[in-house]
Ligand binder design. Sequence first.
Ligand code: UDX
Length: 434
Amino acid sequence: MRVAMIGAGYVGLVSGACFAEFGVDVCVVDTEVSKVEALRAGRIPIYEPGLDKLVSENVRDGRLSFTTDLSEAMEGADAVFLAVGTPSRRGDGHADLSYVFAAAEQVARAAKGPLVLVTKSTVPVGTGRQIQELIARVRPDAEIEVASNPEFLREGNAIGDFMRPDRVVIGAESDRAFQVLRRLYRPLYLIETPIVQTGIETAELIKYAANAFLAVKITFINQMADLCEKAGADVHDVARGMGLDGRIGRKFLHAGPGYGGSCFPKDTLALARTAQELGAPATIVEQTIAANDARKEAMAERVIAAMGGSVAGKTIAVLGLTFKPETDDMRDAPSLVVVPRLAQAGATIRAYDPQPSHARQLMPAATHFADSALDAAEGADAVVLLTEWNEFRALSPDRLKATMAGNTVLDLRNAWDPQAFREAGFQYQSIGRP
Ligand code: UDX
């Protein structure tokens, strides 16, 4: 089988490389010449564990290629996937679909034989229908079936999520489209992956509903953590006690500084807007967005309060800047709110993140970038753990104490052992734990 993947971003690269690994011939197309040149030279523009190896092996075996030429990519393709960005539109939170429609139109114009045009990008419910209308307008003669096949890839674990998914969702309207997609995912039948076959609108909504539900779940446990602090309870045990109920499940019940990333913030906003416009407001999602935004601000205030109400002239080590570990993605990371607020309140920031990223451009100018966690902690009055990279988990409290000038630790990911830190002489605070 042959597939053209439009967009060499995160989703397109991971999906393209994984389909190639399934034995499909994949050509990834992107308009950005420098990106395609880099990929051809074996350089991967994003950090995702295992992706460089998967790409290079499949390129070597001739199943994966890169181009800027859409017609070339579409030559003989059974399916064309849209994996272009759908960022939040400035001002109203709606997903910006201009890249999706532009790519769909180009596909319609370039189509020669029958093909399935599959949306992998996260698009609001109704977009597939609009793509069908667009095709009917520009190429009424083209044999193009529209389908929706949303991705559920977590950054840092994207290859595993693609190769061993909980389910595959396929929204389409013809047997041919279902057949093409089922054939592409055939290797997953061996591991008995459930395939959810449904209409296009339903598939589009499943993606938003899943992401919004997970965002609600995180926000719920974050609010329980606040309550635990007032009530003298332990959120870790509350989460475990709740999560062992099979109806609830233990995943996504880790209290923290608020969710970030490329999906939850954008998708919750877009879902809330769509729901409002269709006259079925998703008020739970709206509340979640507001609570999560407020939480990031509250984290900065918590640091200030832990330092006696002022951080002016104090040095604060911030460990972890990305929105979660094992990624270089800074989108909507809590650090983008917490660090500027602390700097504005007069603190000197010594930051360290294990993954080089464009964090340097995003942090306040006065931020000092350290080479390791201990280097960041050198002479610091406080340490704030913002992202739970594994290398931070292993930090010895005694070595940290010996490096720092002060003794305040805010573990905003509950990654450390409270007792060990208190025994080492720290004023240790975590989230929702006594
Ligand atoms: C998410 C979805 O999980 C994935 O299916 C998708 O389609 C894209 O969006 P991703 O954004 O990569 O993936 O990361 P995820 O692991 O889901 O974490 C999102 C955010 O929630 C992070 O900021 C993380 O720190 C936070 N989080 C997650 C919590 O605070 N607590 C949790 O229990 C889980």
